[in-house]
Design a binder for this molecule. Structure first.
Ligand code: ATP
Ligand code: MG
Length: 396
């Protein structure tokens, strides 16, 4: 078996009613998830939402309090980690300081194939089978090291490597088993920004080459949106949304997802249905009457949250009177924070016009890009979702 052979298919993963409690602390609640063979899925969510716990459950490092886990055709819920055919890469790399790069990479094979006494040089020297196995382990380690560009550093110890190089050793070690599933828990968070984006691209290429099922955990929404074709957003132990990066950005399922995805963050403004339109702090918003008319006879809760991304607000002659509080210039773009009807709003625009704090301007919304959420439940108002397309056509 070698990392270069694609002899076996990759595996589907199914989680059925998974819950996890630590004592009386409930960390995951009734999770259901199906991941296709060979898919690259990103788990995204804030610190403490249960991402690592979920990954550790799949790896078999934790036991679920309820529910079943299937990998490929087998129910693995009661299987120990080594029988699950998965490899996990941790944020901390978890390398052995006293072992060389080559030995770190081949460590899982040695654990699997050789009893401890084969590690004693005098004894193993007397056993041809052990010598042969070691040679084969070494060959596989070299191949895995080549796959991550580390073949020239095989003799080094972890302390003689940079963070990025250590991460590659951890990746190579994960590959050595030719697992059908790769589980990666924030593998890049110890790297600097440049190396992170480089290694990100390498992991994507690795996935394309190995064609294995990858689950990649991150709390960084930029990483999730750029890496994943499917992103699962979690909060407080529950799945909030499961979709493509575009789905999350253009049709967030609730105010949490809307607020978590996108930078600068979406404006979430408390509003009320009023005078056929929507009001913020008693001021009916220009354009909101037409918008509501286009929605038809939708039932609206009394308390709404109106979501609009900073790039869909315009500063000009029309709209709500506003005063600029802060200007952040970012090269060709700028982010302007202003107050309109007592609500703070962030506007992203190109930096041609120079605004200053204190300037009085008008601000208007692109209504085809407005999201409505029920403030109490946080959920997206579905009547609006069903009509998003026609609303876009009407207002485009
Ligand atoms: N072994 C444990 N015993 C008790 N509580 C735990 C244990 N492991 C995790 N938790 C709790 O479970 C919750 C989820 O933790 P988890 O590590 O899964 O979060 P995470 O989403 O990976 O966060 P981060 O982004 O910070 O890594 C946290 O509240 C954490 O304190
Ligand atoms: Mg974690």
């Amino acid at each position: 078996m070698s990392v270069m052979h694609l002899s076996k298919p990759s595996s589907r993963i199914e989680l059925d009613g998974i819950a996890k409690r630590f004592g009386d602390n409930s960390v995951l609640h009734d999770l259901n998830l199906s991941i296709e063979p060979g898919e690259f899925v990103v788990l995204l969510g804030p610190s403490g939402c249960g991402k690592s716990t979920l990954l550790r459950l799949i790896a078999g490092l934790e036991e679920p309090s309820a529910g079943r886990i299937r990998i490929g055709p087998r129910d693995v819920t009661d299987f120990p980690p080594r029988r699950r055919d998965v490899a996990m890469v941790f944020q901390s790399y978890a390398l052995y300081a006293h072992l060389s790069v080559a030995d770190n990479i081949s460590f899982p094979l040695r654990m699997r194939d050789l009893p401890w006494y084969y590690e004693v040089p005098v004894l193993s020297g007397m056993m041809p089978a052990a010598r042969e196995r070691k040679r084969s382990h070494r060959e596989q380690a070299v191949k895995a090291a080549e796959a991550v560009g580390m073949q020239h550093l095989l003799h080094r110890k972890p302390r003689e490597l940079s963070g990025g190089q250590r991460q590659r050793v951890a990746l190579a070690r994960a590959m050595i088993h030719d697992p059908s599933v790769f589980l990666m828990d924030e593998p890049l968070s110890n790297l600097d920004a440049q190396l992170r984006s480089h290694t990100r691209a390498e992991i994507i290429r690795l996935h394309q080459r190995l064609k294995r099922t990858f689950i990649y955990v991150t709390h960084d929404q930029v990483e999730a949106m750029t890496m994943g074709t499917r992103v699962i957003v979690m909060n407080q132990g529950r799945i909030q949304q499961d979709g493509t990066p575009d789905d999350l950005y253009d049709a967030p399922a609730n105010a949490f997802v809307a607020g978590f995805v996108g930078s600068p963050a979406i404006n979430l403004i408390p509003a009320q249905p009023a005078a056929e339109g929507f009001a913020i702090n008693g001021h009916v918003l220009p354009g909101s009457v037409q918008y509501r008319a286009a929605m038809g006879a939708a039932q609206l809760p009394r308390s709404l949250t109106l979501g609009i991304r900073p790039e869909y607000l315009r500063i000009g002659d029309q709209g709500m009177p506003a005063q600029i509080e802060l200007v952040e210039r970012l090269g060709t773009e700028q982010v302007v924070t202003l107050q309109a009807h007592g609500a703070p709003l962030r506007v992203k625009l190109d930096s041609e016009v120079r605004y200053r704090a204190g300037d009085r301007v008008n601000v208007s919304l692109d209504w085809s890009r407005v999201h409505l959420f029920d403030t109490e439940g946080g959920g997206r108002i579905e009547t609006c979702r069903g009509q998003t397309r026609s609303l876009k056509e009407k207002f485009a």
